[in-house]
Write a protein that binds this ligand. Structure first.
Ligand SMILES: Cc1cc2nc3c(=O)[nH]c(=O)nc-3n(C[C@H](O)[C@H](O)[C@H](O)COP(=O)(O)OP(=O)(O)OC[C@H]3O[C@@H](n4cnc5c(N)ncnc54)[C@H](O)[C@@H]3O)c2cc1C
Length: 316
């Protein structure tokens, strides 16, 4: 269940393992939260554990392979994670093949660093979501996955009607309500505005910007400027005042964006959880698995967690 980046990646891996897969989803990936993502490889807004970092590493490798193809929308891009606090969690660096610590004097001049700012510079995958999600959708269809557009309210009814050997719930923020055994999942509202790309290729993340979470991610056809991280907010409307504040911070960080027109804007509810849930779920008359709670890291963990689900289910 679910045709976002998580459901599609799982369908891909299960089919490759020899299973016959049908996806049930209320909306396709381009209408889901996945379409709002930046989508830069970085474990943002997700509880980091050895398992999460392992999935991030597996996904980094897989997306790097996909970046060698021109039709996937994935590119390897260099960029900088700015750090303004001494206690910033840098455990994610173990999941990238190479990185470099930068002190304030090594940061690019137009990143306007304040005192005490340092950074980590590395190369990671970035996906143009419109191209990548279309490619992934087409790839699973080409493997023989069938898709049905339907809204599910009752998992037991789905098990009776569809009669699957196993069911995987990958319904993003709505997974917890469907499984009804989880009170650890909550939304983190994210708003972005996409500008025309004046030729930028480097990304920058400034999580602890005094004005609020700030990131600038150039993709093939646009530059994603973010963002917000409103915990517990279910509001899916674009807020124009929030957008103005995002643009002020993003343009201060990357002045080359000044004057670029707005191409589009989006809001998405990151499916956050105290820990990502990838496990078998008890209480049903056949195997049910959960794969959700990826917070701001659904793209970053997608292939790793799809591989874990395929491992839990086993070969056909
Ligand atoms: C502004 C923003 C920026 C982000 N940037 C990044 C980034 O740079 N890097 C990164 O890794 N991640 C990023 N993320 C996070 C990422 O987008 C999510 O973690 C990811 O999209 C979650 O994917 P998903 O497949 O679990 O959920 P979704 O994309 O929400 O897909 C859920 C699927 O389940 C279906 N579904 C739900 N309920 C039902 C139901 N009752 N019946 C039938 N079908 C149902 C939906 O129709 C949909 O097909 C960002 C998120 C936001 C909002």
């Amino acid at each position: 269940m679910g045709a976002g980046v998580i459901g599609l990646s799982i369908a891909h891996e299960l089919t490759v393992a020899g299973h016959r897969v049908r996806i049930l989803a209320a909306q396709n990936a381009l209408s889901s939260v996945s379409a709002a993502a930046a989508a830069l490889w970085f474990p943002h807004d997700v509880a980091r554990s050895a398992q999460v970092l392992n999935s991030a590493q597996v996904t980094h490798q897989r997306l790097q392979q996909l970046a060698s193809r021109s039709d996937t929308g994935v590119r390897m891009r260099q960029g900088t994670v700015l750090m303004r606090r001494a206690d910033t969690d840098t455990s994610w660096t173990c999941a990238v093949p190479q990185y470099e610590w930068l002190d304030a004097s090594q940061l690019p001049a137009d990143l306007v660093p304040g005192t005490g700012v340092s950074g980590v510079r590395c190369t990671v995958p970035v996906a143009s979501t419109d191209v990548y999600l279309r490619w992934l959708h087409a790839a699973v269809l080409a493997l023989g996955v069938r898709m049905r557009t339907t809204e599910v309210w009752d998992l037991r009814k789905v098990l009776d009607q569809e009669n699957p050997d196993a069911l995987v719930v990958a319904a993003g923020i709505r997974s917890a309500a469907l499984l009804a055994d989880d009170d650890e999942t909550y939304p983190i509202r994210g708003q972005v505005v996409r500008l025309a790309n004046p030729g930028l290729i480097e990304w920058v993340i400034d999580n602890d910007n005094p004005g609020g979470l700030t990131y600038v991610v150039p993709r093939e056809h646009d530059v994603v400027c973010g963002g917000t991280g409103d915990r517990g907010s279910w509001d899916e409307q674009v807020d124009s005042q929030v957008e103005q504040a995002i643009l002020r911070r993003a343009l201060a960080l990357v002045p080359a964006l000044v004057g670029q027109p707005v191409l589009s804007r989006a809001v998405g509810l990151r499916p956050a959880r105290t820990s990502v849930r990838v496990e078998a779920v008890a209480g049903y008359d056949r195997p049910v698995f959960a794969c959700y709670g990826h917070g701001g890291a659904g793209f970053t963990l997608s292939w790793g967690d799809a591989t874990r689900i395929a491992g839990l289910i086993g070969p056909a």
